[in-house]
Write a protein that binds this ligand. Structure first.
Ligand code: WTA
Length: 687
């Protein structure tokens, strides 16, 4: 841990930073998980005893008011899951009702078979016949401070116009459209316009590099790109269009590019291919009926990291995704009509898809959306927005919470946050000390915290407290939602005993589950359905305590959570070995106080290259160029050789130990060349 503190760019200058670092020593390995793995078994080391019951006042007005009510609902859903989900599905608009709730041919699920609906219709049109027509759908703030409000009616109009505009440019039902934009309302408009006409959106996070954009466009054969000239981030205008231009050199499927003007940056428009958003919108009609979509028609592809080099295109479909995402949003966030709901996730990630765009809008919620960095121009920005917009629900990531702890309480306490009634977290395990800070300093001991466990693949929240019902324990997502059959099991699928570490699985299909990996059924079957017989394997290790609470301990595969972003170490490795100086690379993670995990790259060089500081920097830059800045290794270490087993496999476990503790105590009996490890260790001492 000393390494993390020493290397951290943020200077500690106040008592809370000390509290955070103290917390860290006490709970050491718990940030990135409470796992310690040896010989394939998982041991759990965290024991947390504090319990926080919901207040009577909160429970009284909540959708689910008590644990008894939750238990009843859970048992009801267990007894007849299809009936449970069908009853929820009745709350939505269907052009045609389904014939069959579920068709399950392991591992392929179809939900609400034969039903026809449109998720954009459910998110917008449905509200237009109610008083919500003039309710704020999106309250938006740009990083420089500019503000806009779009009512449901206005949003519907923008979406309909863009839908017509993209149809006119040749996009039909089933075509893939890549969206590469900053966090402006137009990003939401673009997503919903695709859904409206049945085009499959593939949102690519605005921080990805040209190469990563090209890879995603090629994998999905996207016909169109919707982008912006740029986005404001930490006071700079980043140019997005130039990244798209560079990406398109290596793609052949894209016929048209639509460019939203945000920063007024100089951009190069290619005649016939590139079109200004505002020019198309000026010409477009605002009458565009929502396409009748089959429940199982694809809705979107979202790429996420796996344990091999190639990102996986997670495919979600229409009806089931809509039903679970909207229903879980309502239950978990206890959504009411007067809420102002602030989700800080970017729409480029699944949290933005499900809980900034689809869930909230289907529920007619007012969403606060923000373009930039939550600490720009200073650490008060987030709290200032909460105060000014009277935010009632805040949903953010543990990594953000940890960096706020470090910045100091005064940024938070000088603002009036009395409007807040509920807090949420997502993306990685939250360490109990960060949870306590969130609860005490932000929530003033009156706001329940919903720690929501889920994944890009699950589409929606799977494990989470229900805020009016569930007694909370810091650091756990508590119990699965009704209808969700989550369990912790051994490798052979038998359930673990209470407090015994094991693999987190889902035992039954659920409506918003991924349907496949786009274009790669074999990989879908292998990754999720072959590890543990007959069950969906999440890739996470967990334990279940005596109260049935799930404690997620972190990934058990080669996926790492850095600042709440999922990265495959293999992806970073393949970027590194693509560099002309690199012979071999192994990337592992070590715990980091703020980011949860930091990436450490062990690199062997080709003959004739010298491992110096300049090369370290250029390797880091190289990864940023291949994938994006989020994947830059925090540390690059050169080695004469990497430790390997007799069969030639790199022993990442040893490298992980070395990166974390500076020494290796684990079992090294299978190590081929012990001197390689010894050299790395000595080097560490010298540095
Ligand atoms: C981790 C984000 C502990 C987990 C929605 C999972 C969590 C991966 C939590 C998915 C949580 C997410 N507690 N761990 N509340 N939420 N994770 O696909 O390892 O970006 O498998 O989806 O994040 O990351 P993804």
């Amino acid at each position: 841990m000393a390494t993390a503190v020493k290397k951290s760019p943020v200077k500690k200058s106040n008592s809370h930073a000390k509290a955070a670092s103290h917390a860290k020593t006490k709970h050491e390995v718990k940030t990135n998980g409470q796992t310690s793995q040896s010989n394939g078994a998982i041991r759990s080391v965290l024991k947390e005893k504090r319990v926080f019951k919901p207040s009577a006042a909160f429970s009284k007005n909540a959708h689910i008011k008590s644990m008894a009510e939750y238990e009843r609902l859970y048992a009801y859903a267990e007894k007849n899951p299809e009936k449970y989900w069908a009853e929820i599905a009745e709350n939505f608009h269907w052009f045609k009702k389904w014939r069959k709730v579920l068709e399950w041919k392991l591992p392929y699920a179809k939900w609400f078979v034969g039903g026809q609906t449109n998720i954009c219709y459910n998110a917008l049109d449905r509200h237009l016949t109610t008083w919500r027509k003039n309710k704020a759908a999106i309250i938006w703030e740009g990083e420089p401070g500019d503000q806009r409000v779009l009512t449901y009616l206005q949003l519907h109009r923008e979406v309909s116009k863009l839908a017509n505009a993209i149809k006119k440019r040749g996009i039909k039902k089933g075509d893939r459209v890549a969206i590469y934009m900053g966090m402006t309302p137009e990003l939401v408009v673009a997503v919903l316009a695709c859904a409206r006409i049945g085009a499959v959106h593939s949102v690519i996070f605005g921080g990805f590099s040209a190469q990563a954009v090209a890879d995603r466009i090629n994998d999905a054969h996207a016909k169109m790109v919707i982008t912006a000239d740029g986005v404001f981030r930490r006071g700079n205008a980043l140019n997005l269009k130039s990244v798209v231009d560079e990406a398109l050199v290596n793609t052949s499927s894209v016929e048209n590019v639509i460019v939203y003007q945000r920063t007024k940056a100089q951009v190069h428009m290619v005649e016939g291919r590139d079109h200004w958003w505002h020019e198309l919108m000026d010409l477009a009609s605002d009458d565009c009926p929502a396409e009748k979509m089959d429940s199982e028609d694809p809705l979107f592809i979202l790429y996420t990291s796996g344990s091999t080099g190639k990102p996986k295109g997670i495919l979600h479909t229409t009806g089931g995704y809509m039903v679970h995402v909207a229903n879980s949003h309502k239950m978990v966030f206890d959504i009411k009509d007067d809420d102002v709901y602030f989700c800080t996730a970017d729409v480029g990630w699944i949290t933005g898809h499900s809980y900034l765009v689809y869930g909230p809008l289907i529920n007619g919620t007012t969403v606060l959306m923000y373009e930039g960095a939550v600490n720009y121009p200073n650490w008060g920005r987030l709290w200032d927005m909460i105060e000014r917009h009277r935010v009632t629900i805040l949903y953010t990531a543990p990594t953000a919470i940890r960096s706020f702890i470090r910045a100091g309480d005064e940024w938070v306490t000088k603002h009036n946050l009395s409007s807040l009634r509920l807090l949420g977290t997502v993306g990685e395990p939250i360490n109990p000390e960060a949870w306590m800070w969130y609860y005490n300093v932000v929530g003033k001991k009156k706001c329940p915290i919903v720690d929501t466990w889920w994944q890009t693949e699950t589409g929606g929240i799977m494990v989470s407290p229900l805020p009016g019902a569930t007694p909370l324990k810091p650091g756990t997502g508590t119990r699965p939602l009704p209808g969700i059959a989550v369990d912790v099991v051994h490798k052979d699928g038998t359930p673990c005993k209470a407090d015994e570490g094991g693999f987190l699985v889902v035992k039954r299909p659920w409506p918003s589950m991924l349907r496949t990996i786009y274009g790669d059924n074999a990989r879908y079957e292998k990754t999720y359905w072959s590890e543990i017989p007959g069950m969906y394997f999440t890739g996470d290790g967990a334990r279940r305590d005596k109260d049935g609470y799930i404690w997620v301990m972190g990934r058990v595969d080669d996926v790492v959570n850095v600042s709440g972003h999922r990265l495959g170490t293999a992806e970073v490795e393949s970027a590194l070995v693509a560099h002309s100086a690199v012979a071999e690379a192994a990337v592992v993670s070590r715990p980091d106080e703020i980011k949860g995990n930091a990436l450490v790259a062990f690199v062997t060089l080709k003959d004739g290259f010298e491992g110096n500081q300049t090369l370290k920097e250029s390797l880091r830059e190289h990864v940023a160029k291949e994938i994006g800045s989020i994947a830059k290794p925090d540390e690059v270490r050169f080695a004469a050789a990497l430790p390997k087993t007799r069969s030639g496999k790199i022993m990442r476990r040893l490298l992980r130990e070395l990166a974390t503790n500076g020494e290796v105590k684990g079992d090294v009996t299978t190590l081929e060349d012990f001197s390689a490890l010894e050299k790395l260790r000595q080097q560490e001492e010298e540095e």
